[in-house]
Design a protein around this ligand. Structure first.
Ligand SMILES: *[C@@H]1O[C@H](CO)[C@@H](O)[C@H](O)[C@H]1NC(C)=O
Ligand SMILES: *[C@@H]1O[C@H](CO)[C@@H](O)[C@H](O)[C@H]1NC(C)=O
Ligand SMILES: *[C@@H]1O[C@H](CO)[C@@H](O)[C@H](O)[C@H]1NC(C)=O
Ligand SMILES: *[C@@H]1O[C@H](CO)[C@@H](O)[C@H](O)[C@H]1NC(C)=O
Ligand SMILES: *[C@@H]1O[C@H](CO)[C@@H](O)[C@H](O)[C@H]1NC(C)=O
Ligand SMILES: *[C@@H]1O[C@H](CO)[C@@H](O)[C@H](O)[C@H]1NC(C)=O
Length: 344
């Protein structure tokens, strides 16, 4: 990702061309107009701001989709495919939990999300990339586990018969997941729902999922001889994906408008999240927040200082076998002193 600082006519044409390739949009939409996001509700905004528990969801599929009722597109698809309603709900949970967990000790802690959907802030960029990646991740897994109809384990390439391993088993289906994510999030659709810049941030979410694929293998053969290895592709735990996206949040860059986005070459890794508006100052809101250690407190408390106290916490300790033949373990509860830091 590069930002063009001097926009001459040639580079503008190139940028517009590259940009239109990705989004299949016309140049007219790339004008800087307003930085406001379209009034239409986006799926990501609903994921973060709707209160699922207020909907009466009797265990029907339709009931499980009710939280999406203000969204035309996603609501229509939700009940159509077996397993999708549950998956969308799981996406909401995974997204919010990961966001809260990753940002526990950050100035913005993933609260007050509503106001970040009016314009495109750094936080908005992150929430779009996180939601997209969570959905794609869950779809890829669900296919492998047979929880989503009309998709199955990933098909894999031809095995190299000279090596000691072969493709096999049941892999996470990232290929299907990517196509399906494009469909649910309407990433290939022309127009501004969501805006192009947010589509770009969503694409980064998908890219980070693709990059988290790893090869898992299992040995076959007589008593652990491993004469034949069967391998399949698997996604790393979602926590690592969320962590990587948090890094991209910190490395995100501000652009003037959609037309300053330069679509990088494919091999150009480590693409940055982009946003339009400067975030508000979070410092007044961090009074009383817990921080992790002195380094973290310095930034989280914005230089106001912090208080340190010792708190007693209970933890399990001295575990041992109480009856080995029954695999029973007994433990004790020990008290431990823990340093607690709180922002002033
Ligand atoms: C947008 O850009 C096009 C040319 O790319 C121009 O003709 C049009 O007037 C612009 N619209 C606005 C609202 O600036
Ligand atoms: C969601 O709705 C339930 C029931 O109306 C309420 O108890 C809960 O506090 C709400 N949660 C949020 C985060 O608004
Ligand atoms: C939820 O809806 C079902 C049927 O639509 C109804 O029987 C039930 O009483 C409702 N529950 C609540 C808490 O409103
Ligand atoms: C590997 O497969 C190719 C094509 O099927 C075949 O020509 C080749 O002889 C095989 N090599 C070994 C070592 O089995
Ligand atoms: C998150 O931050 C807000 C203020 O910015 C604070 O009120 C809230 O308690 C924090 N939540 C957690 C879980 O620390
Ligand atoms: C452990 O459990 C087995 C099976 O119930 C019992 O026979 C044995 O006496 C137990 N041993 C101890 C040390 O409690």
């Amino acid at each position: 990702m590069k930002i063009s600082s001097t926009v001459n006519v040639t580079s503008l044409v190139v940028i517009l061309f590259l940009y239109s390739l990705l989004n299949s949009n016309t140049g007219a939409e790339l004008n800087k107009t307003t930085t406001k996001v379209s009034r239409r509700k986006s799926f990501v905004a609903v994921v973060f701001t709707s209160n699922f528990t207020t909907y009466n969801t009797t265990r029907s599929r339709k009931g499980l989709c009710r939280w999406l009722k203000h969204l035309k597109h996603q609501a229509r698809l939700c009940a159509k495919r077996k397993g999708l309603a549950e998956l969308l709900l799981e996406t909401k949970k995974l997204t919010i939990n990961s966001c809260k967990q990753q940002f526990q000790f950050e100035q913005w802690n993933c609260s007050n999300t509503k106001k970040f959907f009016k314009k495109v802030y750094r936080e908005t960029a992150f929430m779009y990339s996180l939601t997209t990646s969570a959905f794609m991740y869950l779809v890829a897994r669900a296919c492998a586990e047979g929880k989503l109809s009309n998709c199955k384990c990933a098909s894999h390439g031809k095995s190299d018969n000279s090596s000691k391993w072969q493709w096999g088993g049941c892999g996470d289906n990232t290929k299907f997941a990517k196509t399906f994510t494009n469909k649910i999030f309407q990433l290939k659709r022309k127009g501004d729902t969501p805006r192009n810049i947010l589509k770009y941030d969503s694409e980064i979410g998908m890219q980070v999922v693709m990059e988290s694929e790893e090869k898992k293998c299992k040995c076959h053969g007589l008593s652990g001889s491993c004469t034949m290895k069967i391998c399949w592709k698997r996604l790393r735990p979602f926590e690592l994906i969320a962590q990587e996206l948090k890094n991209r949040y910190h490395g995100a860059i501000q652009v003037d408008s959609d037309n300053n986005i330069h679509i990088p070459q494919k091999e150009d890794d480590n693409q940055k999240l982009v946003y339009l508006e400067k975030s508000p100052n979070f410092c007044p809101l961090t009074v009383g927040r817990r921080c992790k250690n002195t380094d973290n407190c310095a930034t989280l408390c914005c230089g106001r200082g912090f208080s340190t106290s010792l708190e007693k916490v209970k933890e399990t300790c001295n575990c041992r076998w109480s009856n080995e033949s029954l695999y029973q373990i007994s433990c004790q509860q020990c008290e431990k002193e823990e340093t607690v830091y709180v922002c002033q």
